[in-house]
Write a protein that binds this ligand. Structure first.
Ligand SMILES: Cc1cc2nc3c(=O)[nH]c(=O)nc-3n(C[C@H](O)[C@H](O)[C@H](O)COP(=O)(O)OP(=O)(O)OC[C@H]3O[C@@H](n4cnc5c(N)ncnc54)[C@H](O)[C@@H]3O)c2cc1C
Length: 471
């Protein structure tokens, strides 16, 4: 992606000097030596050149940044953990409001809640909460930001036991487009709390999240078991049967991938198709072997790495597999059953995988997530027991377009009208956003957008357009 000349030069040194003085955090401009470091995001496909980056140190800085973007008419990109696949947390010629310095976490063990600032990563929340044996559904990769993750829904290893992350969001502090600072809860601005639970970053800058927590670990029974790629048919069919009998404490996924040259895999499988069945049993660790067993006998085993381990170890286990800077395009589709039709679509996509870095993830949902009424939150799809996440990636631009096409055709093969998950949609598309929500939910989101952001200041997200039609 190309970037045009950033326009901070047209803003005037005096204006920018005043802004820099007023901040507790830092204003970064294109001629600063670390500009390149702070303009980059996780997805290397988006090489954008913002006019300004404000690294906020607190709510006061956030208020100033929002006011500055509004008064100067600058496009505003809000950045939590910077893991947006479509590159929403950066922008050419606009202002990046970077929350990464705002990463304080406060645990209240008695109330079993955690308050975490908007720039926290899952590693921050897990580390603090696990000191008290608490957790909430978090990311499979610990470097993902809690903000974008929670606002779009949040699917992790505790989803069947504790629900989506957004289901556990009980309060938030939000800076709105008109510069108000609102505390949001079931009692105050409940319409906004409803929208923050799945409606994305459309409604303001969330400076702080309050979560209901659950007793988890510190030891869980977790890990991965590997099967050869040619066993994909048996593994998928067996996964379906095992998933049907799984208790809520068990959350499992299948990863149809290519074996990395990792020391825990025999050399003869390196570079070949391999299937990882992975997940977490968060009940009593001594029951974990039996609970996970049905998923560990789906075909002849290459290697079985399930064992008791610290919850935080499982939360960071996959981090090295998803490095920063590669070109990434993700796509998703919810589906009801791993039946003959979906198995055949998945096998065909796996056979056509464009390179060794691209892969298919099938995550078992249901449980607590599925029991929450559809209209209780803005999250779009709860009645499907499975989600397919397609990870298409290349080291750089070479082969990227082919990988993107493969991802698109893979989700289309699961059903042209399958609902998508906004956090796993690799592009900005009004049609895909609409298709991610039931009609009634979408209309309710538009009404909340009209109330809190009628001019669509917060538009770099899976955008809910206000009824004013502001793009
Ligand atoms: C390696 C990797 C692993 C992932 N694993 C999972 C997974 O296990 N489960 C899952 O459900 N998803 C997963 N995702 C998807 C992830 O949930 C989304 O990419 C999410 O948007 C990332 O949030 P972030 O804060 O890191 O991103 P950012 O790029 O900072 O932001 C993403 C979006 O949220 C908005 N936003 C960010 N912070 C705020 C804020 N404080 N207030 C308002 N809006 C804000 C941004 O403007 C942008 O639109 C994964 C993504 C990656 C790259």
């Amino acid at each position: 992606m190309t970037a045009t000349q950033p326009r901070s030069d047209t803003l005037g040194d005096a204006t920018l000097g005043e802004l820099a003085q007023a901040l507790r955090g830092r204003l970064i401009r294109p001629d600063d030596p670390d500009y390149d470091e702070f303009r980059s995001i996780w997805n290397g496909a988006h090489d954008r050149k913002p006019a300004l980056i404000i690294r906020c140190r607190g709510v006061a800085d956030v208020l100033k940044a929002v006011e500055f973007a509004r008064s100067e008419g600058l496009p505003l990109a809000v950045r939590g953990g910077g893991h947006s696949i479509p590159g929403f947390s950066t922008v050419d010629n606009g202002l990046v409001l970077d929350l990464s310095l705002m990463n304080a976490v406060h645990v209240d063990p008695n109330r079993r809640t955690v308050t975490a600032q908007g720039g926290c990563l899952w590693s921050d929340v897990d580390a603090e909460a696990q000191a008290f044996g608490l957790a909430v559904t978090g990311g499979l990769v610990s470097t993902t930001g809690i903000a974008g993750f929670t606002l779009g829904g949040g699917i992790g290893w505790l989803v069947r036991r504790c629900g989506l992350t957004c289901d556990n969001l009980v309060g938030a502090d939000v800076v709105t487009a008109d510069g108000r600072y609102l505390h949001v809860s079931e009692e105050e601005h409940p319409d906004l709390l409803w929208a923050l639970r799945g409606g994305g970053g459309n409604f303001g800058v969330v400076t702080s999240f309050e979560f209901r927590m659950h007793e988890v670990g510190p030891t869980v029974y977790a890990g991965l078991v590997f099967y050869r790629g040619e066993e994909a048919d048996s593994v998928l069919r067996g996964f379906r049967t095992a998933a049907a009998g799984a208790p809520d404490e068990l959350s499992m996924a299948v990863n149809l991938t290519t074996a990395p040259p990792a020391p825990f895999l025999p050399e003869e499988v390196h570079g070949k198709p391999i299937i990882a069945v992975l997940g977490v049993w968060s009940g009593r660790p001594e029951d974990g072997d039996a609970a996970t067993r049905p998923f560990r006998e789906l075909a002849p085993v290459v290697v079985d790495l399930f064992s008791p381990m610290p919850y935080v170890a499982m939360q960071t286990l996959l981090d090295p597999l998803y490095p920063r800077g590669m070109w990434n395009y993700f796509r998703s589709a919810f589906f009801h059953d791993v039946d003959d039709a979906s198995t055949s679509a998945l096998l065909s996509a796996y056979a056509q995988v464009p390179n060794g870095a691209s892969e298919l993830h099938i995550h078992h949902l249901g449980g607590a997530m599925g029991r929450i009424p559809a209209d209780a939150t803005a999250f779009g799809t709860r009645d499907c027991d499975f989600i397919l996440n397609v990870v298409a990636r290349t080291p750089d631009a070479a082969g990227y377009d082919t990988a993107v096409e493969w991802a698109r055709s893979t989700t289309a093969a699961l059903g042209p009208n399958a609902a998508a998950y906004v956090n796993f949609t690799g592009e900005a598309s009004a049609d895909l956003v609409r298709a991610s929500y039931p009609r009634g939910t979408y209309e309710r989101l538009v009404a909340v957008k009209d109330r809190y952001d009628p001019t669509n200041m917060f538009r770099l997200n899976q955008n809910i357009q206000p009824s004013t039609g502001k793009p």
